[in-house]
Every structure is written in C-alpha cells, then in structure tokens.
Design a binder for this molecule. Structure first.
Ligand code: NDP
Ligand SMILES: O=C(O)C1=N[C@H](C(=O)O)C[C@H](O)C1
Length: 266
C-alpha cells in the first residue's frame, strides 16, 4: 500500500514539531514538505531540532502543492491563516486536517460547502486529545440534567485566540443539549468589564493565560445543593498526536468537512 503523502504547516510551532515527529515516526505516512512563515528554500534538516528530516520548506503553500503530489495537509499555524490554508488545499485537491483554531460558524459552513462541491474530505478539530473529546461528550450529557454551566479554560500565555477553540466547541455541544438560558442574577452588573467572562448563549466562558500552563479546561455544572466538575488537562502536546493520526486516516475516507473529532470517534 502506498504511503500517505503529508505536508505539515507550522513545523517550528509547539504542535507542528510534534506533528513532524509523529508523521516521520509513522510507517504508513511520509512527510513530503513543510510550509513555514519563513525559511523558504531551506530543508527542514537545516533547522534546529529536525536532524535528518530532509524535506523542502515553502513559505508559499500554493507553490508547495504545485511542486509536490500531496494527499493531506496538517495545518497547525495561527487563527489568521487556517481558513486561507484550507481554501488553498481544496483548490489543489489536498485534504486538510486542521488543528488551528479561530474558525467562526460561518467559516465552517462556507468551507463545508466548498469541500462538498469539490468532493474533498476535510477535518477541523479544535482539540485532538481523546480525553478532551470525552470531556466535551460528558459535558453534553450532563447539560441535559444540569443546564447551569460555566467553562473555565486555561492555556499557556503564547496563545493568540480566546476563548479557546475547545471551549467554543464545548459550548456549542452543550447548547445542543439544553435550552438557551441566561445564567446568574438577572440584575447582575460587571463592576469591571469582562468580570463575568464571554457570553455564549447565556453560558459564561472564562479564559486564563499563564506561563507554565499547557491546555486545560473545567466545565462546572451547578444544581440545587451540588456542583459537578468535568476537567481535562493536556500536560504534554504529545497528547494530541494520536488524534492527529486518527484524523489523517479518517480524512482519506470522507468527502465532506467534519468539525470535531467526536464525529470520528463514535
Ligand atoms: N486542535 C488541537 O488539538 C490543538 C490546536 N492548537 C492550535 O494550533 C495552532 C498552533 O498552536 P501552537 O503550535 O501552540 O502555536 P505556535 O505559535 O507554537 O506555532 C505556530 C507556528 O505556525 C507558524 N506560522 C504562523 N503563520 C504561518 C503561516 N501562514 N504559514 C506557515 N506557518 C505559519 C508560526 O511561525 P512564526 O512563529 O514565525 O509566526 C509558528 O512556528 C493554534 O491555533 C492553536 O490554538 C494547539 C494545540 C492543540
Ligand atoms: O493553543 C493551544 O495550546 C490549544 N489550542 C486548542 C484550543 O484552542 O482549544 C486546543 C488545546 O486547547 C490547545
């Protein structure tokens, strides 16, 4: 069987480094090239930490796809580029697996239409960690019985987007299971703007950014005389890689856009 030909975008990043490692250590995958914000024309092996990985670096994704035959793009870049990179992949018949966050619901609808028009599979996964998928699923189950809920997500202080993609996805899944609901006291005020966090259909999302953190989330449900907390911690970015591998395998089998790994892990 021929190997799956892969490009990693964002190879020097926290996630990109892990993805390069995962791809090069996976027998049925082959890394063909990397797309970076700099280092055009160099080999990955010329950068620190990529010893022996002799693949070309492109800063122009279009050029990368024109010069190489690629099956799958793994995109782990920055919120400003995820959508654009998916569009370039679709134009070139390449299947995107995207961990990059920051997509709006409108972006996802538009990208799904393009994927279906072209018959190309695509996966956007706000979180690739199996434990985080379970946290989201359990939260959706709990919301049916305990509809008062707030989300606290905690991340490293290099993160660009807030709230996290995982927190937004969690809120979307919870809102499928409960009626829209304004929480807290109807007359509550914020003495400091933002004190009550972001408002997602009445559900509050609080974002903490600190050095020392990786990726953590608590979903706290409140009921009469009780609370339930569902918590997930990624303490190492290796936690995301089995999910990335699963998504690469899955994206070859589909011809639409799937948003969320919970649709792949039934
Ligand atoms: N789905 C999931 O499970 C996870 C998703 N994420 C998401 O993945 C993304 C990356 O996270 P993380 O690795 O921590 O971020 P980093 O900032 O560590 O890495 C991002 C890398 O992408 C590069 N980059 C930026 N723009 C481009 C571009 N246009 N083309 C090519 N490369 C580019 C950056 O280069 P430079 O520094 O030069 O700009 C950097 O090397 C974020 O959106 C984050 O939210 C993170 C963890 C898990
Ligand atoms: O930026 C990160 O680090 C992470 N981003 C994703 C998100 O926004 O949910 C996934 C994970 O939480 C780590």
């Amino acid at each position: 069987m021929s190997k799956v030909k892969i490009v990693v975008a964002g190879p020097r990043g926290n996630m990109g480094k892990e993805a390069v490692k995962m791809v090069t250590n996976t027998e049925e995958f082959t890394l063909i090239a990397a797309v970076d914000s700099k280092h055009d024309g160099l080999k990955l092996s010329e950068l620190d930490g990529f010893h022996g990985i002799d693949v070309p670096i492109y800063t122009d994704m279009q050029q990368c796809f024109e010069e190489n035959e690629i099956d799958v793009l793994i995109d782990l870049t920055a919120p400003a580029f995820g959508k654009k990179h998916m569009q370039i992949a679709f134009e070139n018949g390449v299947r995107p697996v995207v961990g990059t966050t920051g997509f709006t619901e409108e972006d996802i609808t538009e990208l799904r239409t393009t994927a279906e028009d072209k018959g190309i599979g695509a996966i956007i996964a706000p979180n690739f960690a199996i434990g985080a998928i379970l946290m989201m699923k359990f939260s959706q189950m709990a919301a049916k019985y305990l509809p008062d809920v707030e989300i606290i997500e905690r991340h490293h202080d290099r993160k660009l987007d807030a709230p996290s993609g995982t927190a937004v996805k969690t809120a979307q899944l919870i809102s499928e299971a409960r009626e829209q609901k304004a929480q807290g006291h109807p007359d509550e005020t914020e003495e400091l703007a933002g004190a009550r966090g972001a408002d997602f259909e009445g559900m509050r999302i609080h974002s903490v950014r600190l050095p020392g953190l990786v990726a953590h989330q608590e979903v706290i449900f409140g009921g009469v005389g009780q609370t339930l907390t569902i918590r997930h911690d990624s303490i190492d970015r290796a936690s995301f890689m089995p999910g990335v591998k699963l998504a690469v395998d899955a994206v070859l089998q589909i011809d639409t856009l799937v948003y969320g790994l919970e649709h792949i892990i039934e």
